[in-house]
Design a protein around this ligand. Structure first.
Ligand code: 6R9
Length: 655
């Protein structure tokens, strides 16, 4: 491996937690020791924090790799753990959800109220013939009913497949068909960017007459929440209003225990190519790690914290750190329906001030877009309640990390950069706040009970200082149990590469620094090879964003006759910079800058200054499309972009 990725690793800043934070923190250094001494016993202890209808006697069963089971002879009810248990412990009046609609609507839902609602919905579902093992598609905006729907499905032992509300009718149809869903729960519409965005028509289209399509219709009913108030078409016999059925249902519903390995949900990952993969998660192990990681990484003190994870429930982050983790811990959390900049660019900061948010978990792409707007916006709000900040979804470059710390965290709140995936179910690599000295840009250390390594193509550890592939060396409780309906693809995608070692292949490049901290270098398909040197897109992006002129950057490797691949960068310039400086010559200045920061080999061949970058709805930059532009090809499939117009604008700017 080349030594061209040193730039990121020259980071020398360290931030130790304050003594006050460390004293009060839920996590403690001895967790690492306990887990190292007896990893499976450690996870069993965490699992026993949950309520088990039938206690388990088994831990991990890895006798049939790569198919793991955890706590398999135990029985639990996931919804009971997230709801009834807190009410029975006397916390029924505690607020579970502080809901803020984009249009300013508000609802405060206590644990007792949410439990009552979920019991009614569970009765409605069973009345519609939905039972254990059946699949239910959920296509809803960020409203309390979304959380209630997930928990009601879990309560009856059925399997949910949440489909992000921004996905098209076609994507919804593909997911409904792959899972064979019996019921769809949706809404008329929800608020997005200041207006009602309809959802029900997409469901109608997805379920439109399929005569002759060869697909057997599995959906029997559509349960519709009224949120947007927009007109909807109605199919009698199939469609039911939530507000006409749920309130009339009985609030008595006994939570039955289900086996720990009962499937809990399928979540489709956007997948770079081919049809989306239905990632399958089960109950006991998943909830164990969801609750544990939320407790120790987000340092949840349920009596006092107001937690806010900005992810949509359509993504894994919304599953684990909006619905399951925080509710299993009895936390109070904000649920926000809309976009960060509606009706004004300070909306998120306003929400933090209004509810006194203490723990805030968001994505680097959001942080960088706030950087682009400027610090004046957050500085108009009182953010002094914030005591812990989290990041997830992609590498956070040191500049964004420092901005987050300084402008949002007032230079005191620890930042946890959390690495994990839809497939891992819960956080795997992160600092423990109050324990770990944090480093801008590094996700740092595997959590207690998690074992990772960085290896070469043969599975041999590359040691400190070298780049390689991130692997997880031992099974973990919240690991995916498979790809829905495709066990072969599960094996091939994640396990075949290091079959002899039994390692899980994460698909990410990584490097360990001299302290043994993990630096994520982006997907391995984003690692470029220029003249035989390995270069990471993340590293060059980080260098670019480190220049005072640059707000955002995306780097791709484009094929090049002489060097194999060449570095091509797309950058957005800060508006504030353009006000004070001419735009001429910027591209060549930036080329030189990258050369200075990393070395001449990393100097982009081309730098294009653009107004926007193509992003998926979950905020990931779609480098594949930028590569098409950089290589002068017709731009490929743009349907998973949040804004499908972006690519035509970029293509025009590049020409
Ligand atoms: C939780 C989530 C997973 C991929 C993963 C990696 C990237 C996530 C990261 C990170 C660097 C972090 N990723 N967190 N890269 N630092 N803290 O995002 O799941 O949507 O499945 O994406 O995201 O490349 O492999 P998912």
């Amino acid at each position: 491996m080349s030594s061209q990725i040193d730039h990121l690793l020259s980071e020398t800043r360290r931030f130790a937690p304050s003594a006050d934070f460390a004293d009060a923190a839920v996590g403690a250094a001895d967790l690492y020791e306990r887990a190292a001494a007896d990893r499976e016993g450690f996870w069993a202890d965490q699992a026993r924090e949950l309520h088990w209808h039938t206690p388990f006697t088994q831990g991990l069963d890895w006798s049939n790799p790569p198919f793991a089971t955890w706590f398999a002879d135990g029985e639990l009810n996931v919804a009971y753990n997230c709801l009834d248990r807190h009410v029975e412990a006397g916390h029924g009046d505690r607020i579970a959800l502080l809901w803020e609609g984009e249009n300013g609507d508000e609802r405060r839902v206590s644990y007792a109220e949410l439990t009552d609602e979920v019991k009614r919905v569970a009765n409605v579902l069973q009345g519609l013939g939905v039972g254990a093992g059946d699949r239910v598609a959920i296509y809803l905006p960020m409203i309390p009913e979304a959380v209630a729907a997930m928990l009601a499905v879990a309560r009856i032992g059925a399997i949910h497949s949440v489909v992000f509300g921004g996905f098209s009718a076609d994507s919804l149809r593909a997911r409904i068909d792959d899972a064979g869903a019996k019921l769809v729960i949706t809404a008329d519409g929800g608020y997005r960017k200041g207006k009602v965005s309809a959802l029900k028509p997409a469901v109608d289209m997805a379920l439109a007459d399929r005569n002759g399509s060869g697909v057997q219709e599995t959906v029997e009913h559509v349960l519709v929440v009224r949120r947007g108030g927009n007109d909807v078409e109605w199919q009698d016999g199939r469609d039911l209003w939530w507000h006409e059925t749920v309130p009339d249902a009985s609030p008595d519903h006994e939570a039955e225990g289900f086996p720990a390995e009962n499937p809990l949900f399928i979540l489709y990952t956007s997948g770079t190519t081919g049809k989306p993969k239905g990632i399958l998660h089960t109950s006991g192990g998943y909830l164990t790690q969801a609750a544990f990681t939320n407790r120790v990484v987000h340092d949840i003190h349920p009596e006092t914290d107001v937690y806010w994870c900005t992810a949509d429930i359509g993504w894994i982050t919304g599953h684990t750190y909006v619905t399951y983790g925080p509710l299993a811990n009895g936390a109070t959390q904000v649920l926000y329906e809309g976009t960060p900049d509606t009706p004004h660019p300070g909306r998120w900061w306003e929400v933090i001030e209004k509810y006194g948010v203490t723990v805030f978990y968001t994505a680097p792409t959001a942080i960088r877009s706030f950087m682009k707007i400027g610090r004046e916006v957050p500085q108009k709000f009182d953010l002094s309640s914030l005591r812990l900040l989290g990041s997830v979804g992609e590498p956070i470059n040191p500049e964004a990390w420092m901005w987050y710390r300084t402008i949002i965290g007032d230079e005191t709140a620890p930042i946890v950069d959390t690495w994990w995936q839809t497939e891992t179910g819960a956080i795997m690599i992160s600092a423990l706040p109050g324990v770990t000295e944090t480093k801008p840009g590094s996700a740092q250390v595997p959590l207690p009970g998690i074992t990772v390594d960085v290896v070469d193509d043969a599975g041999e550890p590359v040691g400190h200082g070298n780049g390689g592939l991130l692997v997880i060396t031992e099974p973990w409780p919240s690991m995916l149990r498979g790809i829905w309906g495709d066990p072969e693809r599960y094996k091939e995608t994640y396990w075949d590469k290091f079959a002899d070692k039994g390692y899980y292949f994460a698909g990410d490049g990584a490097r360990l620094d001299d302290d043994g901290d993990v630096w994520l270098l982006g997907r391995v398909d984003d690692v470029m090879n220029v003249s035989g040197h390995r270069l990471s897109t993340a590293e060059i992006e980080s260098a670019l964003v480190g220049n005072e002129a640059v707000a955002e950057a995306a780097v791709v490797g484009a094929s090049d006759e002489t060097t194999g691949q060449a570095v091509v960068a797309f950058v957005i310039i800060k508006q504030s910079f353009l006000k004070a400086h001419p735009a001429e010559g910027l591209a060549s200045t930036l080329r030189g800058w990258v050369g200075e920061q990393i070395g001449p080999i990393a100097r982009p061949r081309d730098i294009y200054i653009v107004g926007e970058l193509p992003k998926t709805r979950s905020g990931k930059i779609m480098r594949r499309l930028l590569r098409d532009v950089a290589e002068g090809r017709e731009v490929g499939d743009t349907t998973t972009l949040a804004d499908t117009m972006v690519m035509s604008t970029i293509s025009a700017q590049v020409k």
